[in-house]
Write a protein that binds this ligand. Structure first.
Ligand code: ZN
Length: 395
């Protein structure tokens, strides 16, 4: 009986000290999230606010991004996604939509001047760090508004756009898309090929998230500067999913000096969740049932319960970062959440207050402060500066 009691006490003490270690490590993560500059390269707040404007200077009931939660999470700079749906390629109006979304971002800094500030260069970001405002650089998600004319590229650069995601869910006049089975250009279009040199000359970052594999390889051949994937994860964990990058692509990206900004959604992070969702999709197709019809919703609830679906964890997310680091070293990975543009999130990640949780997972894996700093901002700042420097030399 006595031995049993001793063993029980030892086990209890062990659990206690493990919990204490975890609490200590989490406090360290919170401390680092305040101390280090954190840049997220893809947040979809402009499109969210366009359809439903909310005062994001206060905590909002819906969505992932607002000022108080960003401050809580230690976020310092958030690339605003100027998102243009693929349908605009055919129906027109893409330039107007892009300008409207850019105006909306500028208005945020006018409405709440003590909380948000525009940022157009890596120097702006560094200068603004620590001033209690969230810096708002901008990237355009989908090159449709270029409309095959370099004048438009210049226009959007002048308006403050600093990266362009070449395509979105469907092929456009620039290139093919990972989501589109119709690979009409087999990579880049003739305009797309000439666009790469123009973006290099202008100092516009090239974003290869969303593009097809052939497009990626052709961009890497043509570009004179490092490229970014503003919000992509590792295909290693989601086999067959072209929207995430495979190991060979990550190696080529690293040789090019570029950076993959890991995206947070469960569908991108957890292979298990993704395959269950595909199963569900196939059912809808087979039965010809719409997901949001009454029958579709009923089946969805049954399916989720029956399969005990989990959404992955913050540890899974950190595994993507770690996978890139093991493959190509610490200099080519960062954070591109896609907050306000994604569905389900892994356990432990809920919104822009969650960066400490990612730092915590990295600390658990033994990452140093210096390494974490590179992931949080150092790598993307280096790439952005190289892109700027090349353009300065050319002009
Ligand atoms: Zn996207």
């Amino acid at each position: 009986m006595k031995t049993f009691l001793t063993l029980f006490l030892i086990a209890a003490l062990n659990i206690f000290s493990q919990n204490e270690d975890a609490t200590e490590l989490y406090s360290k993560a919170v401390e680092l999230s305040k101390k280090l500059l954190i840049i997220d390269t893809h947040i979809d707040i402009p499109y969210r606010l366009k359809s439903n404007f909310e005062d994001i200077s206060k905590i909002t009931e819906t969505g992932h991004f607002d000022y108080p939660r960003a401050i809580e999470g230690g976020l310092d700079a958030a690339f605003m996604a100027i998102y243009i749906p693929s349908s605009y390629e055919e129906k027109g109006g893409s330039i107007e939509l892009a300008d409207t979304l850019i105006n909306l971002v500028e208005n945020l800094t006018k409405l709440y001047p003590d909380k948000f500030e525009m940022a157009y260069s890596p120097q702006d970001i560094v200068k603004q760090f620590g001033n209690n405002k969230i810096s708002l650089p901008m990237g355009m998600e989908n090159g449709t508004p270029l409309q095959g004319d370099f004048k438009n590229l210049k226009h959007f650069y002048n308006r403050g756009i600093r990266y362009i995601t070449l395509s979105h869910g469907e092929a456009n006049h620039i290139c093919d898309s990972s989501y589109d089975p119709n690979k009409k250009w087999n990579g880049l279009s003739p305009f797309g090929k000439s666009l790469i040199a123009e973006m290099n000359k202008l100092g516009m970052m090239i974003d290869i998230s969303h593009v097809s594999d052939s497009t990626f390889y052709q961009v890497i051949e043509l570009t004179k500067t490092p490229v970014i994937a503003s919000h992509s994860s590792c295909r290693f964990y989601t086999p067959g999913f072209e929207r995430n990058m495979n190991d060979d692509m990550i190696k080529k990206l690293a040789e090019n000096g570029g950076v993959i900004q890991i995206t947070f959604g469960s569908y991108f992070v957890s292979g298990n969740y993704q395959s269950k969702m595909n199963e569900l999709d196939n059912y809808y197709k087979e039965k010809n049932v719409k997901r949001y019809s009454d029958e579709g919703k009923k089946y969805y609830d049954e399916f989720m319960q029956k399969n005990k679906i989990d959404y992955g964890t913050s540890e899974d997310l950190a595994n993507h970062i770690d996978h890139v680091v093991k493959l190509v070293g610490i200099d080519h990975v960062g954070l591109g959440s896609d907050f306000d543009g994604i569905g389900k999130l892994p356990a432990g990640i809920k919104d822009v207050s969650s960066y400490p949780q990612i730092i915590y997972e990295l600390l658990k894996k033994g990452y140093s402060e210096k390494d974490i700093e590179k992931i949080c901002s150092g790598n993307i700042l280096r790439v952005w500066k190289e892109v700027e420097d090349y353009a300065k030399d050319k002009n």
